[in-house]
Design a protein. Structure first.
Length: 487
């Protein structure tokens, strides 16, 4: 029983935020550290499922009150683990409920339309802090068309409900789990299915016609939007979902140079790109920071996607939420990550012909998101932010002027994983000279009040409008000065 008592005690302390799992396991003095750690990690992974089963089986009712966290570790081992391994006074209570617990597990699987335990965990992942995450499916236009895919699913007995008009419609749709689907309202070629839909064995998926990709992770390539035939770098590319999206956007014409440090991930990427029909890529197992911007090979690179390693704090994982390091451990990790993220974006901005650089993370930490962008803008005055996808509801945290040009994503606001995206654009020579003038002016302390033009100038690019209207602002300033001189 010591195993379960100790594990339950650690779950209590985790809820009180007294430390990370590993620390608490070592501090517990329990002799078989590995066994205890494994039991805790798995119980946490199954936590939402176990809580549901405990509730519906009414296990905690009755004269002998079993504490919740003790019930959780016992139910885990009974239903999903190796079976109850030790005795103790609670063992008989749990075993007396065995049939009921097993029946509730079976009922839950039927309700969630899944056949195995792993799918049950995935399908209930979203219930941690909001609606369930739908199953997003990107139609790979390198291999098929939206029309063909719609026809295919209709033939499979699915009802096509058209294009969603709001995120609310997607949330309402997510509550149903029938055989129906929608087209997404923000991302072209993205379909939305009920959360528990499983496509891993679907023939269109295995043939690379469909890519299973979260909606938020489709944003970087969509916003970078390289023209057909352009030269693009994917700086931290593996396993390659964004590379294959970029390839679809450039229609396999032009070149995508894709770098990654991790050999194994790069090998997986190679297989995935082959399956997706990508042919315009050149993969390199190389540190992006060592790729020379002066190399003639990259002279035509006009668009760069930087999706570097991050804390992953936007990913829905109950275990990670509960086991996240606390205090200084986490600060140190975030500092190291954001230092790399700054270096990677800075490096991208040094490529001589680059016009657009998109930066993304699946982190919800300001240190990895807005703070990185703010520093980059200060260090690279030749670049400005583009106000992307104005209809997107969740914007960058208000931590510097223009931060609203960035996008944030979350389960509750956008029905996606937690995500962050910023798009940098090189200033035009005219804009550059006016911004230099502005700088000189402020250096000479010209104390003239600038009216800020709030009207946003429509850009020729599809998903953006110009954010910091320094050009029109300075033009008006000049006009005002000329008028004063005349008077
Ligand atoms: N963009 C990928 C996708 O959509 O499939 C996911 C990229 S993942 C968030 C970050 C990747 O950066 C990891 O595969 C990691 O190996 C790679 N990485 C980390 N440091 C790197 C570096 N200095 N140069 C190149 N790749 C790096």
């Amino acid at each position: 029983m010591a195993l379960y008592q100790t594990a339950a005690g650690i779950l209590d302390r985790l809820q009180q935020k007294e430390g990370a799992v590993k620390t608490l396991v070592y501090d517990s003095g329990y002799k078989n550290v590995r066994q205890l750690y494994a039991l805790l990690c798995e119980t946490l992974r199954y936590s939402t499922v176990i809580e549901e089963i405990i509730k519906s089986s009414e296990l905690l009712r009755g004269p002998k009150k079993l504490p919740m966290n003790l019930a959780k570790v016992l139910v885990y081992d009974l239903l999903f683990g190796k079976g109850l391994q030790c005795g103790g006074r609670w063992k008989s209570t749990i075993l007396a409920h065995r049939a009921r617990l097993q029946a509730e597990l079976a009922k839950l699987k039927v309700k969630k339309k899944v056949s195995n335990n792993q799918d049950l965990v995935t399908s209930m992942g979203g219930s941690l802090d909001g609606p369930a995450l739908p199953r997003y499916v990107r139609v790979n236009t390198l291999k098929t068309s939206m029309d063909d895919v719609l026809t295919y699913f209709k033939r499979q007995g699915y009802t096509y409900l058209g294009k969603a008009r709001s995120i609310k419609e997607l949330i309402d749709f997510g509550q149903k789990s029938g055989k129906s689907f929608l087209q997404d309202l923000h991302i072209p070629n993205l379909l939305v299915f009920p959360p528990s839909t499983d496509f891993h064995k679907d023939s269109l998926y295995t043939a690379g016609h469909l890519i299973l990709q979260d909606k938020a992770s489709c944003l970087p390539a969509l916003l970078l939007d390289p023209p057909v035939g352009s030269c693009v770098i994917d700086a931290c590319a593996a396993p390659g979902n964004k590379t294959s999206h970029l390839a679809a956007i450039v229609q396999n014409k032009g070149k995508i140079f894709a770098f990654d440090l991790d050999t194994k991930r790069l090998a997986t990427m190679s297989t995935l790109l082959l399956r997706a029909g990508v042919t315009c890529q050149e993969l390199a197992n190389q540190d992006f920071l060592t790729v020379s911007p002066c190399d003639p090979k990259y002279q035509k690179v006009s668009h760069i996607l930087v999706d570097p390693s991050c804390s992953g704090s936007g990913m829905p994982d109950r275990m990670r939420v509960l086991t996240e390091e606390s205090g200084s451990d986490q600060d140190e990790r975030l500092q190291a990550l954001s230092a790399f993220q700054r270096r990677a974006v800075s490096h991208a901005l040094r490529f001589p012909s680059v016009q657009y650089v998109v930066y993304s993370t699946c982190s919800i930490h300001q240190q990895e998101d807005e703070d990185v962008v703010k520093d980059i803008l200060e260090q690279h005055p030749d670049f400005r932010l583009v106000n992307v996808l104005p209809m997107w509801p969740a914007r960058g945290l208000n931590t510097f002027p223009g931060s609203e040009c960035c996008l944030r994503a979350s389960l509750s606001e956008t029905l996606t994983n937690g995500f962050f995206v910023a798009l940098f654009q090189r200033r035009s020579p005219e804009e550059k000279s006016t911004s230099e003038e502005q700088k000189t002016a402020s250096l000479h302390q010209v104390n003239e009040e600038l009216e800020v033009d709030s009207s946003q100038v429509q850009s020729k690019r599809k998903y953006e409008c110009i954010s910091q209207n320094s050009v029109s602002c300075t033009k008006r300033k000049r006009k005002k000065k000329r008028k004063t001189d005349k008077d």
